[in-house]
Structure formats: C-alpha cells, structure tokens
Design a protein around this ligand. Structure first.
Ligand SMILES: [Zn+2]
Length: 300
C-alpha cells in the first residue's frame, strides 16, 4: 500500500469533514457575495431613483417658473393690448373730434341762426355757392330762381318725390338778395301801405330767403298768390314729408313770431327737421343753443 493510500485510509473521515466544511464556507461566501451584489444593485437603483426624483423636481421648478413667467408675459401682453386699444380709441375719438371740429368750422353758422325782430342777417351776406333751380320746378320757368348748391340735392329729391306722389309742387320764391327784398318790400308798401307790408313781407322771413336755404312752395293753380295754400294737398304733403328732406316750416299757425306762412320752408338739415317733426315742434320753438348742436349734421 502506498503512502497516499495509507493517509487516505486513516484520515478519510477527516478529509470528508474538511471538504464538507470548505464547501459550506464556499457556499456561504457565494451567498454573501450574491447578497452584497443585490444590495449594491438596489443601492444603485435607489441612487438612480433619487437622481431621477431630483431631476423631476428640478424640471417641476423650471416648469413652474416658466408657467409663472408665462402668466406674467400673458398679463403684460393683455395689459399692453388694453393700452393699445384704449390709445387707438382715444386716437379715433380725437380724430373724430378733429373731423367734427373741421365740419363745424366749415359750416356757416348763419345757416341755423334764428332771425328775429332784433337779429337780422347782415345786408351784405351772400350764400357761398348758388345753383339755379330748373325752370320746370318753378312758377315762372323763364325767371331765375336760385338755391344754395349744397341744399339743391335735398330740394330736388323733395320735388321729384312729390311729383311721383302726384303732388303739384312749384317753387315761387327761393334765394333773395338784400336788394331784391328791399325792392319787394318797397313794392308791397306802395300797394298795401307800410303797416301791412311789415307784417306781410317781413323781417324774419326775409333773412331766411337771403340765406339761400329757404323756399316758398306753391302749386300751379294758386301760383304766386299763395291763396288757400294751407288747404292744398301740396301743403299736406309738405307737412307729412318735408322733414325727410331736411326742410322745416318756419312760421306755423299761431306762432308767436310772425304771421302764418304755410308756403315758407327753410332747410335745417334732416336730423333737426326730423326731430322737430317727431316732437311736433318748430324751428323757432327751440333755443339757439339747442339748434347749434345740429350744425354738425346739417348736410349729413
Ligand atoms: Zn318765404
């Protein structure tokens, strides 16, 4: 028997024990190693999670800040827009005011002036621009009747629409210069005596004719006499429609200013004429201050 065999034979049991112990130790070590590795992986995962959480929280902060500054930006934008809007409104208002001012400046204030026994139109006053009314609309086609150019389109519409309604309106008098009026009044004075002439051809009405915005209407039958015009269908038509063309009756029945002149109509602009008609009032019923507010709309 060899030496090895001898050792094997005598220590076999011990060798088994040692080997077994060694195996157990190895197993334990391996387990420990595995456990440590798992721990390490877990730790790494935790670290990663934490880092991720941190990143998320950083992003949240950034997002919040961005949102906040966005809100601020949006607010600033809204405020700026509001300011721009209000500025633009202001600008429009100012430019509107300038336009209105220009309109008022360019409109002759005499055109809406009340004339009375104490306030007359200046004898040198001449309308800015006159237009001849075509003969077919007048009582004397060969005679020249004139009207302020800016008023003519309104008067022409009135005359045409009256014709369409089978209403026989004619112009018996329109613009009259101071000189013409003076000679007319002189002629009346001679015929009727001064007292009657003052009432008949008088002072308020004369100023209105000198303005170039006023006409005396009649029909083909009555003509220049105006007799019974207040009972004519033409007068009825004027009462119902003239305001739509900017014309108002100056001296109605029982007015405190002057004798009743159903034929005498003055252009005061559509807005004023319509308001007067709606309220059942007349031009001379209003205060000058109230009338002046319509200067802006005279030719609207
Ligand atoms: Zn008249």
């Amino acid at each position: 028997m060899s030496l090895l065999s001898k050792i094997w034979a005598s220590d076999r049991k011990r060798i088994y024990i040692v080997a077994g112990v060694l195996l157990v130790i190895l197993l334990i070590l391996w387990q420990a190693l595995t456990f440590w590795k798992v721990l390490d992986i877990q730790k790494q995962a935790r670290d990663k999670n934490e880092a991720l959480d941190q990143k998320i929280s950083d992003i949240e902060i950034i997002l919040l800040a961005a949102q906040e500054s966005n809100t601020t930006l949006a607010e600033a934008l809204a405020a700026a827009k509001e300011k721009t809007d209000s500025l633009s409104k202001e600008f429009k208002k100012v430019s509107g005011d300038v336009d209105d001012l220009e309109k008022i400046t360019l409109t002759d204030p005499e055109l809406l002036q009340k004339y009375s026994k104490v306030y007359f139109l200046n004898e040198h006053y001449v309308p800015s621009d006159l237009e001849t009314i075509p003969g077919k609309y007048t009582t004397h086609p060969n005679k020249e009747y004139q009207i302020m150019s800016e008023v003519w389109p309104y008067l022409e519409d009135l005359l045409e629409d009256a014709k369409d309604d089978d209403v026989d309106l004619k112009i018996a008098s329109a613009y009259r210069s101071f000189g013409e009026q003076a000679s007319l009044k002189g002629a009346y004075s001679v015929t009727y005596g001064a007292g009657t002439a003052n009432q008949f051809s008088a002072d308020q009405g004369y100023s209105e004719h000198q303005l170039g915005t006023t006409v005396d209407f009649t029909n083909s039958i009555i003509g220049d006499t105006f007799t019974g015009f207040e009972k004519s269908s033409e007068y009825k038509w004027l009462q119902d429609n003239a305001h739509n063309y900017g014309f108002a009756l100056s001296y109605p029945e029982n007015n405190s200013y002057y004798q009743f002149e159903p034929w005498h109509w003055r252009f005061v602009g559509e807005r004023l004429a319509k308001n007067l008609h709606k309220r059942g009032q007349y031009f001379y019923d209003l205060s000058q201050r109230e009338i002046d507010e319509y200067i802006l709309y005279l030719f609207d």
